[in-house]
Ligand binder design. Structure first.
Ligand code: PSU
Ligand code: MN
Length: 304
């Protein structure tokens, strides 16, 4: 990647040069996933959690015509306050850079940034996946394709339960993406600790995970690994309750004619209203837990 286009902060560049652990963080959750000012608070807490875990945080976004890897406090606030922020995936990452627009990176675009910068671990809330009704809409998140091709570990609370989770797991298997349950045999469903679906692999310690990632790397298999971390039990919203809200949000999206990139932010926004704000506390708790686990994994990987 052309050196002028990617701009790590001094702190991130120094950590990477010295082989110290770094954790990438996405910004779509800041710009489109959470409302102001909870988004800025969450973004700051995420960075603090990564630091507490012994790693350097690198929040990724496009600002000023550059792919920024790590944001200073003023830039983080600017991103959280801005309206009209583009939602960037693989398809439009370069467009935002070329036009000088502000853009928040999804899981797919953050993976690209992390890999180009030399960061091996990335924490998010939940990945995108195969949407319900994809057999007619063809709506499958670019996150899945990115996991298949870009060698970054993605720590998430499974996939958002608004998706078709069985189909999402099928696509991940087909595309050769290992789905690893963190201390669980069940694939987590974002707001709930289990989806009722088995998780293909299970790992219980950061050292075992680092050995697995190192073996995969040594074999030159390529592509990412999805590490699925269930939301902390105290913040879980039960699956039966979530299913009711999701059905309602999906019906509303259908009648409002929501399509393409707008689908995920719309559904998350409706669910926030339907749970009367409770989904926000859950969302925040699970992202923080993922950031903490990502730091632990990054520390273990830096020793391999
Ligand atoms: N999880 C959240 N909020 C979000 C997202 C995930 O709690 O906003 C974002 C992620 O950035 C993910 C994206 O990559 O939604 C997926 O969007 P789509 O389904 O349009 O690919
Ligand atoms: Mn989509």
């Amino acid at each position: 990647m052309h050196a002028d286009l990617i701009e790590p902060t001094e702190e991130v560049a120094a950590a990477l040069a010295e082989g110290r652990p770094v954790v990438a963080l996405e910004s779509t959750i800041i710009a489109h996933g959470l409302p102001w000012p909870a988004n800025l608070e969450a973004a700051r807490e995420l960075e603090a959690t990564v630091r507490a875990g012994g790693a350097v945080p690198a929040t990724v976004a496009v600002m000023g015509g550059r792919l920024r890897v790590g944001l200073d406090p003023a830039s983080l606030e600017q991103l959280a306050r801005s309206r009209d922020v583009l939602k960037l995936s693989r398809a439009d990452l370069a467009f935002a850079i070329a036009t000088g627009r502000i853009g928040a990176t999804t899981v797919a675009a953050t993976m690209i940034a992390a890999q180009r910068a030399g960061i091996r671990v990335f924490a998010t809330g939940g990945i995108g996946g195969v949407h319900r009704g994809a057999e007619t809409s063809f709506d499958v998140s670019a996150d899945l394709e990115e996991l298949a091709r870009t060698e970054v570990v993605v720590v998430s609370a499974g996939a958002k339960a608004i998706l078709d989770l069985p189909k999402t797991l099928e696509v991940l298997e087909t595309r050769g993406v290992p789905v690893v349950g963190w201390r669980t045999d069940d694939f987590p469903a974002f707001w709930s600790r289990t989806s009722g679906l088995p998780c293909p692999l299970r790992i219980d310690t950061a050292e075992d995970f680092a050995r697995f990632a190192a073996s995969r790397r040594a074999l030159g298999i390529g592509g990412g690994i999805l590490l699925a971390n269930p939301v902390p039990a105290a913040h879980e919203i039960a699956r039966a309750e979530m299913e009711r809200h999701i059905a309602c949000a999906l019906a509303d999206a259908e009648s409002a004619g929501i399509r393409a990139k707008a689908v995920t932010p719309y559904l998350l926004g409706r669910i926030l209203e339907l749970t009367e704000g409770r989904s926000l506390a859950t969302n925040r708790a699970l992202v923080l837990a993922n950031a903490g686990l990502a730091a632990e994994i990054a520390v273990a990987l830096s020793r391999t």
